[in-house]
Design a protein around this ligand. Structure first.
Ligand code: 48H
Ligand code: FE2
Length: 254
């Protein structure tokens, strides 16, 4: 048994990795927007993998608000919750309450069940930049980056990359800085997010979900960050709708 356990894992893992070296879509970040995008892309039959640097995908959704593990979702995002099998209950007006641990687990399950592959403990440290396009990801083990070890990365090629790194806008920043290019944002640069304003932020999260450079799409909090819009606090309808829109735009572009 000792030999079988190790052999099985090694064979299976490297087979999985080899099958995902060339993708239709590579998603950076396993927050709610990236997970929803992974679900819809896999459902549409695209070869999609998501790279998350933490052990557990889910980003900022596990902890609810200040670790009170419930979140709010508005009615226009309820069809997504229903499709992904997430339970919710009405609170007041347009606000519905969702247990954040249940919702996060459900998003991960739905995305992987639909056929998306998740690589956790991977840090995306750079992109492939070819013929004035983003053409893939440069990845390394997250602990390698954290330890500051000088170990060279591997490359994942992808027709489209989705930047879903949340508040940091890490991928958009490095694409603009390293290659001296202008992004499709109001200033051509990563503007950075503004303070909290819920209705405005929820609307613009979806509006700002777009292709910001050839081959590079942006979703979720990063969509608002790159375009200089507001944050919204523990309300997640915009994140879910942004992930769905990103998947649709990417499908249309492939
Ligand atoms: C691999 C990386 C890298 C990297 C980061 O922040 P997230 O939850 O992302 P979104 O945009 O889907 O959701 C935002 C939401 O959680 C939120 O913060 C809200 C609604 N805030 C409102 C407010 O006012 O604060 O997840 C991003 C994920 C995380 O899991 C990171 O670990 C991961 O991306 N990540 N993974 N390589 N270079 N950078
Ligand atoms: Fe946040």
């Amino acid at each position: 048994m000792e030999k079988i356990v190790s052999a099985g894992i090694v064979e299976s893992y490297f087979d999985k990795l080899r099958r995902n070296l060339v993708l239709d879509v590579a998603i950076v970040g396993g927050g709610p927007s990236g997970l929803v995008a992974a679900y819809y892309l896999a459902k549409a039959g695209r070869r999609v993998a998501l790279f998350e640097r933490k052990l557990a995908p889910g980003g900022g959704m596990w902890g609810g608000a200040m670790m009170f593990n419930d979140i709010v979702v508005q009615s226009d995002a309820l069809p997504i919750l229903e499709e992904l099998g997430v339970s919710y209950r009405h609170y007041r007006g347009d606000a519905y309450l969702v247990d954040s641990v249940h919702a996060t687990a459900a998003l991960i399950y739905a995305a992987t069940r639909a056929g998306a592959t998740i690589f956790n403990c991977y840090s995306v440290e750079d992109v492939v930049f070819k013929d004035e396009r983003v053409a893939g990801l440069v990845v390394n083990w997250a602990p390698v980056i954290r330890e500051g070890m000088h170990v060279d990365p591997l490359v994942i090629m992808a027709t489209a990359v989705l930047e879903g790194t949340g508040h940091d806008c890490a991928i958009a920043r490095l694409v603009a800085r390293k290659n001296g290019v202008r992004l499709n944002t109001p200033t051509g640069e990563v503007i950075g997010e503004r303070s909290l304003s819920i209705e405005e932020a929820e609307r613009t999260t979806v509006e700002n979900t777009k292709e910001i450079y050839p081959g590079l799409f942006v979703s979720g909090m990063a969509a608002n960050g790159v375009s200089g819009s507001f944050r919204m606090g523990p309300i997640f309808g915009g994140m879910l709708l942004s992930g769905k829109k990103a998947a649709q735009m990417i499908c249309d572009s492939l």
